[in-house]
Design a binder for this molecule. Structure first.
Ligand code: ATP
Length: 218
């Protein structure tokens, strides 16, 4: 992956997680926080971290905010600061802005000022936990649209020892298997002759209700 530069504004739990992961993946990350302690505590994770108030245009200019490929606004509780920061970023011509929203109205304001991607960590995590409880065989998922998901589903035990041709999953359950994860390896576009094993994780694509039915099989 090509190296990109990211600025993370707000080094709370959310901002720190985003920044740490990007840094671990070899990306260039600048952390920004108004609170000195947060900046000092983050030192070991980032390429750089600076103390600055992101609601001040001068502060944003002095870190060269326009030159970053992507700016993540991870301020939540202080809604006013979050909105002011995003407006300044927009005015300064920052193209790619991601912002965390605490709730619906915060999100709506961010949307109206043109934030490309709004994240609702509590809401999204809550939904994830509920989905996991409803369907324990489903390990992870990506929402492709309102109706379609890609999901990692543990192979129903009764299917172990059979191949994909016999199981005919697409015709029977309206679900397509796009990969199999086995012992840390990924078998992409598995052949119809691929023999499935207990413990396999199927990476599947389909309609959400069809996937839910498939994930409920024993
Ligand atoms: P999290 O839920 O991610 O842990 P939090 O609830 O601790 O966040 P938030 O209010 O969302 O706190 O703020 C996240 C960080 O943003 C804090 O560390 C705070 O110091 C920082 N922050 C708030 N306002 C500004 C600002 N104007 N400029 C820079 N950083 C700011």
């Amino acid at each position: 992956m090509a190296k990109k530069s990211y600025a993370v504004i707000g080094l709370g739990r959310f901002g720190t997680s985003v920044a740490r992961r990007l840094h671990e993946a070899g990306q260039e990350v600048l952390g920004i926080d108004i609170n000195e302690e947060k900046v000092e505590a983050s030192d070991m994770y980032f390429t750089h971290a600076v103390i600055a108030d992101s609601t001040e245009e001068k502060a944003l200019n002095s870190v060269g905010i326009k030159n970053f490929d992507c700016v993540i606004v991870a301020i939540g509780n202080d809604i006013q600061s979050s909105i002011l920061t995003v407006m300044l970023l927009k005015n300064l011509g920052v193209k790619n802005i991601i912002a965390k929203a605490l709730g619906k109205r915060h999100g709506q304001v961010l949307e109206s000022i043109g934030v490309e991607w709004i994240i609702y960590p509590e809401r999204d995590m809550g939904e994830r936990v509920a989905n996991q409880l409803l369907s324990p065989n489903m390990l992870n998922y990506i929402e492709l649209s309102k109706d379609y998901n890609i999901e990692e589903i543990i192979l129903p035990s009764k299917m172990a020892g059979k191949n994909l041709r016999e199981l005919n999953i697409r015709a029977k359950y309206n679900v397509s298997v796009i990969a199999i994860m086995r012992n840390g390896n990924v078998i992409v576009s598995p052949s119809p002759e691929e023999l499935l094993q207990e413990g396999d994780i199927l990476v599947t694509i389909g309609n959400r209700s069809d996937l839910a039915l498939f994930a409920s099989l024993k």
